[in-house]
Design a protein around this ligand. Structure first.
Ligand SMILES: NC(=O)c1ccc[n+]([C@@H]2O[C@H](COP(=O)([O-])OP(=O)(O)OC[C@H]3O[C@@H](n4cnc5c(N)ncnc54)[C@H](O)[C@@H]3O)[C@@H](O)[C@H]2O)c1
Ligand SMILES: [Fe+2]
Length: 388
């Protein structure tokens, strides 16, 4: 637990079912807006959510372009191509509508527009010099919490690794949290992104940088996700469950902004970079194994989680037993959510383990937050557990 801590978040958050309809009421915070770029994915190209945004812009007399081309888990090259398509246009505000991939891309396009720096040189912490074009972020998955984090994750194809651009200039001015936008999420993406969100809060809670502010958001996030992840997976139309998942995900982003994620995310990055395993699935697979490795350092914290999310109701259970029950609960969720538990399904072989561990060992930004130090051999053992 850190004795000194800080917290920062998005400028304004507007939330609740159908809150997207209120977008126009909040545009005044940007002063006079003439031209907007809406960044999105092909999935949202012909979608009513897009229309809902563009109709409000039209009513307000604001002209706009649409760049609905962001690919999942974007690479540096892909973001640079997207930036190339903005050339010659002056935008007053960028709006990102989509999952973490779109939100991260929007944040990066914003700072690329004002910093005369190649994207690669902004990778790392506090490498962005100037604030970007003001940004509005509208998440359509409940997972990354990117709408409230100063992070954007990109794949560096040469190194086959994902890395973060981390800067306060990536925080948006306005966030809209409308659970209605997440009703169309298919069960598999609901499962993977929901477990990503849970992992953010779990890792923030056991992080070396955990503190009273991050704990508050992390714990409430875990309560919301624990009570609604299976319902959102099985009954995607349940707005109350979707609302819990979206808030749980945003709170997870708030927690990790202050406390950081740890070894689960560090080991997940090479699986995304090299084998293109979806981020949430990689985290979900690793979470029980990394937690067993950490267990002797985090039993007390885990017992608190187990009690708060009602995995144990009996106050007489030892911290060790409570922690074990929490791991079982996480494993039960991944089974019910049909998240794969074997890296072989993604083409990973035993001969890849050594390289994966070396790549993960370079993610020191996150490994430093882990309550227990991992050697390369420890990381290899964890990957091997997923190759049975
Ligand atoms: N910036 C951060 O703080 C942060 C944190 C964690 C992860 N990430 C990054 O975010 C990315 C992953 O984001 P994600 O998990 O949200 O997935 P995603 O944005 O890659 O989207 C996954 C898929 O879901 C589809 N989709 C999105 N919303 C939908 C909806 N409402 N209905 C139907 N389909 C929909 C997308 O089109 C895409 O095909 C990765 O690149 C990861 O590294 C960023
Ligand atoms: Fe994550």
């Amino acid at each position: 637990m850190n004795s000194l801590y800080s917290f920062q978040t998005a400028g304004r958050i507007v939330a609740g079912p159908h809150s997207l309809k209120q977008l126009h009421e909040h545009l005044s915070i940007f002063g006079e807006i003439k031209n907007v770029l809406l960044v999105s994915t092909p999935f949202f190209k012909e979608n009513s959510f897009n229309d809902m945004i563009t109709e409000q812009l039209e009513k307000a007399g604001i002209s706009y372009d649409i760049l609905a081309e962001v690919e999942p888990e974007p690479t540096v090259r892909h973001i640079e191509e997207l930036y190339g398509k903005m050339a010659g246009q002056k935008y007053d505000v960028l709006i990102g509508l989509g999952g973490g991939s779109v939100l991260d891309a929007t944040k990066l396009l914003s700072v690329m527009s004002t910093n005369a720096l190649p994207l690669r040189s902004m990778v790392g912490t506090d490498k962005v010099k100037q604030e970007g074009i003001p940004v509005i972020l509208i998440p359509t998955t409940s997972g990354t919490g990117s709408e409230v984090t100063p992070n954007a994750i990109v794949t560096l194809p040469d190194e086959e690794l994902k890395e973060g651009v981390v800067s306060r200039h990536l925080l948006p001015s306005l966030v809209i949290l409308d659970p209605i936008l997440t009703l169309s999420l298919p069960p598999s993406i609901t499962a993977a992104t929901g477990m990503d969100a849970f992992t953010h809060s779990f890792e923030s809670f056991i992080s070396n940088k955990a503190n009273p502010i991050s704990d508050m958001f992390a714990m409430q996030s875990m309560r919301l996700i624990a009570r609604s992840i299976i319902e959102a997976y099985e009954n995607g139309d349940n707005i109350a469950a979707r609302h819990d998942m979206l808030l749980g995900s945003t709170y997870g982003g708030m927690a990790l902004t202050s406390a950081g994620t740890a070894a689960v995310h560090a080991l997940a990055y090479p699986l995304g970079g090299k084998f293109h395993i979806p981020h949430g699935e990689a985290n979900s697979m690793l979470l029980p194994h990394v937690t067993r490795f950490n267990l002797d350092h985090i039993e007390e914290r885990m017992a608190i989680i187990a009690k708060e999310i009602h995995v144990i109701e009996d106050g007489n259970v030892s911290n060790h037993d409570a922690a074990e029950r929490l791991i079982e609960q996480i494993e039960n969720w991944t089974q019910t959510l049909n998240i794969p538990q074997d890296l072989k399904a993604f083409g990973v072989k035993s001969s890849d383990v050594a390289d994966l561990a070396v790549a993960a060992s370079k993610v020191t930004r996150l490994l430093n937050n882990n309550p227990k130090t991992l050697t390369i051999a420890d990381m290899e053992n964890i990957y091997k557990k997923l190759l049975n």
